[in-house]
Design a protein around this ligand. Sequence first.
Ligand SMILES: Cc1cc2nc3c(=O)[nH]c(=O)nc-3n(C[C@H](O)[C@H](O)[C@H](O)COP(=O)(O)O)c2cc1C
Length: 155
Amino acid sequence: MLQLAYTSLACKPFKQADLLKLLQQSRMFNAQKDVTGILLYKDQSFFQVIEGEDSVVQDLMASISKDYRHNTLTTLYTREISSRNFDLWSMGYVNIDHNHLDLDGYDNNEFKFPLQNLQGNLSELVNIATAKKLVITFSKREPVPELKASVNKRA
Ligand SMILES: Cc1cc2nc3c(=O)[nH]c(=O)nc-3n(C[C@H](O)[C@H](O)[C@H](O)COP(=O)(O)O)c2cc1C
């Protein structure tokens, strides 16, 4: 299995509705293909981790890198994994744009986000070392009970 992390810049600011549409589309595909991961959005930028079978991850990355909605895609790392970090998530999602964090599936009260107070977009903030820290931060977090069904089944 492969795990891949990248950052990119959205061509225009994503509204909440745009993000939801992207998430719905992604979760449906990811559930079918057994892809898991997380997507962060901040200041018109994305950080995403995807994991799954090698060829599936490679094909998905080929599609994602052609997507007209973003550009300046930088792969931070690709690594072989024997177990997943996001096995509960077809695509966990965090919007860091608001003062009030929008944590789709994460428990807001327990959660302290390491990038919340930093200025700038994710392409500037996240390097390989930060990417690995973020993966550990979000890894294996249980979906909050009321979201568990929708997060996993909507997927
Ligand atoms: C930031 C970003 C993240 C995306 N993440 C996923 C994803 O996790 N899974 C997915 O199926 N599509 C994702 N997409 C959508 C793909 O780029 C693409 O639209 C989708 O795979 C369909 O591709 P196709 O038209 O080549 O079949 C993402 C798009 C963007 C802009």
